[in-house]
Each structure stands twice: as structure tokens, then as C-alpha cells.
Design a protein around this ligand. Structure first.
Ligand SMILES: Cc1cc2nc3c(=O)[nH]c(=O)nc-3n(C[C@H](O)[C@H](O)[C@H](O)COP(=O)(O)OP(=O)(O)OC[C@H]3O[C@@H](n4cnc5c(N)ncnc54)[C@H](O)[C@@H]3O)c2cc1C
Length: 319
């Protein structure tokens, strides 16, 4: 079986859930090989093996890490040439999509972005599924030229653990001068909220215009569940919550186990970011709000009355 290269998404060696998902998907189509760029490999090693990486290509070279994404695309292109993989899987982040696009050009290969499913196809090909136009169409696509380069959306697979160990190899790689055209001059970690990352969270609680700008009840409820907090565009545009928390067509796409929409009407553009959630709950005081067409459970009521009761019930059930 051919290797499947998986670009690792991590923070100082702490591997993000998307990487576990990509390694799980890679096992369906070949032998997963992780590509680890940056510091913290000792921290990452065990997690990469646990999710099925059989091999890890790694580099912490400042030549790669101190520049923007172009050197990473060059490094992947070198590995593609050397290993002739069955596919390259990259997380569907902004950065990941730029790397994938550059890699596709360099290797003269077909590129599929934002896949929500990847499977072994007929005749040795790779079958992907995309959800487009705010989820109103499902598209099946396959790469017909070169090495399939595929970016995969978060929550497209449930990470599966395996037992095993990954062999690792330090890659000898020097980026071209052209790839070093933009340099990182400083980088600040995002202010920690103590909550899980929106696109990775198992539970997301979102607030909309119905909060009237007071997200405290949404946050308290989210914290009782260990959830991430999201927001509708109406709430974000009003300046009530950060843009990075926007869920929807022009925001982030989430697919948690549980999504709770509080004071959100359920516009098509909002649905586009959350309708693949496994269980959807809405709290809305208008029983005709379109969000109720989509939900598994609905509560018709004022969120300022409903959420504190729910928070108290959950907190007291934990003892
Ligand atoms: C090109 C384009 C892209 C867009 N992208 C996005 C996107 O990515 N994400 C997104 O969210 N939107 C997006 N929108 C905007 C979208 O069309 C809606 O305007 C927006 O989602 C509405 O937000 P909302 O549901 O919070 O507000 P509203 O539609 O005003 O709904 C507020 C809801 O709160 C309820 N409510 C009010 N008070 C309470 C209370 N006290 N308790 C309980 N319920 C209460 C009301 O009954 C109502 O249903 C986009 C629009 C366009 C044109």
C-alpha cells in the first residue's frame, strides 16, 4: 500500500483533533505518514502513533518555521516526489488551503478542498464528498491528474486509536529563496478563553441577536457543559462577540456532537455552518423561528429565563 501524507496541525507539539481525524481517514486509503513541521515533536510523537501514523517526516528548521507557508508547500512537494503517495491530506484551515493550493501547482496535481468525506474509490482512486452552496448540494469528486491533494474539514471523521509506534525521520530540506519571500516577524498566541477551540469542540453553544448583546448566560451555560461559544453574524456584526466566533457560511463551519442555538433565527447562512451537527437544540422565544425546522429538540422561551435554569440543573447534577 502506498503512503498517505498527512500534514500535522499542532501547537508546540500538542496535536489538534483535526490531525487525529486526518490520520484516521488516511488509514482508509493507505499507510499514514505524518509530516511534522515545527518544535515539540517529542510531545507529538505518541499522539501521532496512537492515531495510526506509521512514519513521521519532521523538521524544526527555522528556514521552514520562520517563514509563511511557502516553504511548507515546497517541503511537501519534495516528499511527494520522493514517496509517490496515494494522497496528501491537509487540514481545511486558511493556512492549510494555501499550502494545498501551492502544492497542487508545484506537483501539477488535482486539488479538492473542504472535503467532508474521503474514501477509497473504485479502480484505486480516491472518492471525496464536498458539501457546497451552504449545504444545498453534495458533490462527489475524484482527482484525475497527479497526486490527489485534499483538504479535509474538521469533524469529518471520528478519530480512531490504534496501537503501534511511528518511525521518524528528520528531513533534509532547504527552501528556495522564492519560498522565503515572506518572513514571520512576531507571533502572539490568541488570548486564552479556557474554552475549547470552536471548530474542534464536541459541544458548541451559540448566541444570536436574541442575546441583545449580553452573552453572559450563553457563556455560563457553555461553561457548565465544557463547550465552545459561537455567535451568529448578527451578534458579531453588532460587535457583541469576536468575529473569530462567527458560525456560518462566512464564518466557521462546526460539526459538534451537540449544537445549541440561543436567540438565533436559523437563517440559511447560519445553517450552512452548523447543520451537520449531530444533535441540534434551539432556545428561541418565537415558536415560528425557522431554526425549529432543523432541531432535534426545541425550547420555546426567553433565553434569559431558560439558560440559567439549564445551567443550574447541569451544575447541580455534577454535584
Ligand atoms: C452573504 C451573507 C453571508 C452571511 N453569513 C452569515 C454567517 O456566516 N453566519 C450567520 O449567522 N449569518 C450570516 N448571514 C446573516 C444571516 O442572513 C442572518 O441575518 C443572521 O444569521 C441572523 O442572525 P440571528 O439569527 O442572530 O438574528 P435574527 O435573525 O434577528 O434572529 C434573532 C432570533 O432571536 C430570537 N430572540 C429574540 N430575543 C430572544 C430571547 N430573549 N430569547 C430567545 N430568543 C430570542 C428571535 O425570535 C429571533 O428568532 C449572512 C448573510 C449574507 C447575506
Amino acid at each position: 500500500m502506498a503512503e498517505v501524507l498527512v500534514l500535522v496541525d499542532h501547537v508546540d507539539g500538542t496535536v489538534r483533533k483535526t490531525t487525529a481525524e486526518l490520520l484516521t481517514i488516511a488509514r482508509r486509503i493507505g499507510e499514514p505518514s505524518a509530516v511534522f513541521i515545527g518544535d515539540g515533536f517529542d510531545t507529538a510523537k505518541e499522539a501521532l502513533a496512537r492515531y495510526g501514523a506509521e512514519k513521521v517526516y519532521r523538521t524544526a528548521s527555522p528556514e521552514v518555521t520562520e517563514h509563511l507557508v511557502a516553504p511548507q508547500a515546497e517541503l511537501l512537494a519534495q516528499l511527494v516526489e520522493r514517496t509517490s503517495p496515494a494522497a496528501v491530506l491537509v487540514p481545511s484551515s486558511l493556512e492549510g488551503k494555501e499550502i494545498a493550493a501551492r502544492l497542487a501547482v508545484k506537483t501539477q496535481s488535482g486539488l479538492i478542498t473542504d472535503a467532508v468525506d474521503v474514501q477509497a474509490g473504485e479502480g484505486g482512486g480516491i472518492a471525496t464528498t464536498q458539501s457546497v452552496f451552504a449545504g444545498s448540494y453534495t458533490v462527489s469528486a475524484t482527482v484525475t491528474k497527479g497526486t490527489p491533494i485534499i483538504t479535509v474539514k474538521p469533524n469529518s471523521a471520528a478519530p480512531e486509536e490504534v496501537s503501534g509506534a511511528a518511525a521518524d525521520e528528520e528531513v533534509d530540506f532547504t527552501p528556495s529563496d522564492a519560498a522565503k519571500g515572506a518572513r514571520i516577524t512576531s507571533s502572539q498566541p490568541k488570548q486564552a478563553t479556557g474554552r475549547p477551540e470552536l471548530t474542534e469542540a464536541a459541544i458548541v453553544v451559540s448566541g444570536g441577536r436574541g442575546t441583545a448583546g449580553d452573552f453572559s448566560k450563553v457563556e455560563d451555560f457553555a461553561d457548565s457543559l465544557g463547550a465552545a461559544v459561537g455567535a451568529s453574524r448578527a451578534a458579531v456584526d453588532a460587535g457583541w462577540y469576536p468575529h473569530t466566533s462567527q458560525v456560518g457560511q462566512t464564518g466557521k463551519q462546526v460539526s459538534p456532537q451537540l449544537y445549541v442555538a440561543c436567540g438565533i433565527s436559523g437563517a440559511i447562512q447560519h445553517r450552512a455552518g452548523m447543520q451537520t451537527s449531530k444533535t441540534i437544540v434551539a432556545v428561541n422565544k418565537d415558536n415560528e423561528a425557522p431554526i425549529f425546522e432543523l432541531v432535534d429538540f426545541g425550547v420555546v422561551g426567553d433565553l434569559f429565563a431558560v439558560l440559567p435554569q439549564a445551567t443550574d440543573a447541569i451544575t447541580s447534577s455534577k454535584g
